[in-house]
Design a protein around this ligand. Sequence first.
Ligand code: ZN
Length: 453
Amino acid sequence: MTSHWPLHFALVLSYRDTQVVTNHTQMLGCSRCLFSATFVIGFVAVVGMLLLRDLFPVTEPLCSETDHGCADRYFSLNYFHARTRFRAAAKRCGAGTITKSVYIDPRTGIDYTMDVAIVEGDAALNNSIVLLHTSGVHGVEGFAGSAIQIAALEAFSPGECTRPTPGSPTKIFVHAVNPYGFAELRRFNENNVDLNRNSLTPEELTELVRRDPNIAGYESFRSVFELTSAPTWHTQWTMLFRAVGGLIQHGMPLLKKALVTGQYHDPKGIYFGGNEVQASHTILAGILRPYFDAAFVLSIDVHTGLGPSGVDTLMLNSDEQVRELTPHFGPTAYSIETPTSTNDGASSGYDLARGISTCKHKFSPKAKLWDVTQEFGTVPGIFVARGVILENAAHQFSFGTDMHLRMKLLKKNAFFVQTQAWKNAVLRRGAVVLSEADRMLRGIAASAKSEQP
Ligand SMILES: [Zn+2]
């Protein structure tokens, strides 16, 4: 059936009204033509809606920070704004702070930094129980995680971070693991590397570089994933034609899998996992070095883009972790899943992806490590993928132009829904998950204490 589709598609496009299209399909006496006509009319309607949506993106003005429930008290305009607020909130509560330069742009001299706030835990626990909270591993996705962190630090009263309560775990907030991507509205880092496909040992990375480049279909979708020239004024809509062709041929689940599996052979492509371990990971490992021998670590890494809008999915690495964490997070969670436990959830298609764990290799193998990705849905997946593809094309072919800026904003809107409802949902769930994690770790501390002779 699909082999006739381009022909019918071209024929149908040459007519301007439905009646003529219908007559033509009758003339051909072909039910496939009717199918194609219906499909094309539907497609044109969808593109029309996209046009309206792109021209009038769903954004709301910033609210006043004095308004009750104003989320913009914690959400920032950009990375630099967020970094300033994070540092101020950490300082106010007395948290220990670390700032590490990840990348200095040689063209501008701008210093992109990873900032850390450490809230000391109960001294009796000797840093053996750690709650790690990270934001901005995927750069542009950092708006949500940053806001959650700023709100969490501001919830402490002035100086409170220096006065740990009995049984409290050490809390480490890491702001902007990928600061260049956050600032430049990229999902990837200064080397076009996806840090969440790069949390690997050099040996693991070497193995992945040798892997079949088309193991999950990246090469099959290359014409969709990678443009060969700079986007122009209409590319954000016309590129969907190519995407639809690929979708009809392979289906959405395969397209998603080809995308999210990542690739290690094309440094200018999307979801590139890199050829070497990136600075963000080595710097973060250095920051966490004093906690390497912790016995229990619960890591929450905040992302955006997958799943229903404003709803968070808790993505875990194994069924064992699902069993262990469900009693603590299950009562309030929308979904707790692994890549193999779902066919259509946010985690689907990730089974061949590697290097997805901000905290892996940064703690002792003896540590009991729970690795939670808190993923907030934004807009439908096709818009998220479009934002990634177009911004990357603009970054590669029209860097520094107005078109590049426009594509960056298109991408920002795909990963950051600028409505008060979405922002409030992120803040609420971010706080709930942090509080549940804290309670779970305090329970472990209490059990350890009761077992002591
Ligand atoms: Zn992400």
